[in-house]
Design a protein around this ligand. Structure first.
Ligand SMILES: [Zn+2]
Length: 278
């Protein structure tokens, strides 16, 4: 088994998104109208697990189409005020997989931590794979509220029909439920709600080290250690409870923490650098 980090471009976000500020609705206002941007832009990672049962892709990164005029809904304040994507065609996950010698048919499963555009933007590369999404997350993308929340339902591939992820494999460490992705149980999905109410993470066990493919549970390992919720989580307390669960997990087992936008995630993967949670 091997895990690869694939960087699908970068994204500029506000400092108030990375470290949330204020209370209630003010947190989102602080993101939209905050003057300071994170410098330099943060990476957008997707993950590839070369597993004996077939290749598993975790999150699909972003698409170069984000630079097309009108790709994002023009009326949406977040896309207008608070985010700038930098994705070139060669940054897309499909092209990078091909360069690694992994074809579309080799990818058996795609698991999404959540359906924000920078995680679901590369879905169109995987028409032959089973796409696994936690159903409450998929349901959230729909309707008027889904649009308000910034999901780009109209950009998802027409063929998309996600496989439910049932969390039927019992508790796993501090997580009250889990789902075995592989028959061996060395790849599991665990609930890490907070950044979105139905956000999940993927845990890969390899040679006694656990690799925590964390999506957006925090934007960096430091923010996890400090237990600071981001500025867009609808329930910051839930996000902090999830961070505590991850820290408890890391106390029980050597864990490499790999969130999607941490500039150091790829390096920590390469160096097998475990969380130094006290
Ligand atoms: Zn997100």
């Amino acid at each position: 088994m091997k895990i690869h980090a694939i960087q699908t471009g970068t994204v500029e976000v506000k400092k108030n998104q990375v470290i949330g500020k204020g209370f209630g609705a003010q947190r989102l206002v602080n993101v939209l109208f905050g003057r300071e941007w994170v410098e330099p832009p943060v990476p957008i990672y997707a993950w590839v697990i070369e597993h004996e049962e077939g290749v598993i892709v975790v999150d699909t990164g972003e698409t170069a189409r984000t630079s097309e005029a009108g790709y994002f809904p023009r009326w949406h304040p977040y896309y207008n005020l608070a985010v700038r994507f930098h994705v070139k065609p060669e940054d897309e996950v499909g092209i990078q997989l091909k360069q690694m010698g992994i074809g579309v048919k080799d990818v058996k499963k795609v698991i999404l931590t959540h359906m924000h555009t920078d995680h679901a933007g590369g879905l169109h590369h995987f028409p032959e794979s089973k796409i696994h999404v936690y159903m409450p997350e998929y349901r959230r993308t729909k309707g008027f509220q889904g649009q308000i929340d910034g999901y780009l339902l109209h950009r998802f591939p027409k063929w998309l029909s996600p496989q439910p992820n049932e969390f039927d494999s019992g508790a796993f460490g501090p997580f009250d439920k889990s789902w075995n992705v592989t028959t061996k149980g060395d790849v599991k999905v665990v609930p890490t709600h907070g950044h979105t109410p139905a956000h999940v993470s993927v845990v890969v066990e390899m040679e006694d080290v656990h690799y925590f493919l964390a999506g957006d549970t925090s934007y960096s390992e430091q923010n996890l250690l400090n237990k600071v919720a981001d500025g867009v989580s609808p329930d910051p307390n839930q996000a902090i409870r999830t961070m505590q669960n991850i820290l408890d997990f890391a106390k029980q087992r050597p864990t490499v923490y790999l969130p999607s936008h941490d500039p150091n995630s790829a390096l920590r993967l390469k160096n097998m650098q475990i969380i130094s949670a006290g």
